[in-house]
Design a protein around this ligand. Sequence first.
Ligand code: C5P
Length: 232
Amino acid sequence: MNKEVIVACDFNSKEELIKFLSLFTEESVYLKVGMELFYAEGPAIIKEIKSRGHKIFLDLKLHDIPNTVKKAMNVLSKLDVDMVNVHAAGTIAMMEAAIEGLTKEDGTRPLIIAVTQLTSTSEERMRDDLLIEKPIEDVVLHYAMNTKRAGLDGIVCSAHEAKKIHRECGEDFLTITPGIRFADSNVGDQVRVMTPEQAKVEGADYIVVGRPITQADNPVEAYHRCKKEFCS
Ligand code: C5P
């Protein structure tokens, strides 16, 4: 299995992103583009990044009725991104519709993964706000199984959960793991962090790394450090 480092481009503007990308003259990187940047700049930002030869995980977390998600995914499939995502809470039918919309006429499609429970949702909020009474680990695992049943490629999870997800959903089921910090870097607002090297040991397939790279004094060096620890 190919391990890849995805850089979370949590920038507010195209200018900041381009400034960051212009540091990477020698290689192509895998970038996570989120709602802020996509909604501000539109599909043009995707074309701009692609024209520079980089890969894209378009993190829009679709969640709607199956027909709407299918049609939206059909539009996204034309952007030629490498990975997209949905909320598993949208149900198996919605996830199946997402795949249908995403698949091109030649049968190819980008990777598609699901978000289970957002890490901002505590067990207490799940119980009181959403009336879900089960322990959060059970809910996450159940959503992961649903994601697999629907035919998606994997889920976003903590590297702490990667082994368990692989055990329950299979080694081929991808784990995309944020919350990554170098042993000597600031944790910031993340709670359960892991180094790239530990994430590799836990069997994560992709790590999503933002500030340890984007806010580093030397982002290119930090990116190479991540790749060395995680991919080699
Ligand atoms: O800067 P940092 O490395 O903390 O960025 C992590 C990225 O992964 C951010 O874009 C954040 O929104 C995203 N993410 C996360 N935890 C999740 C899901 C996504 O940190 N559970």
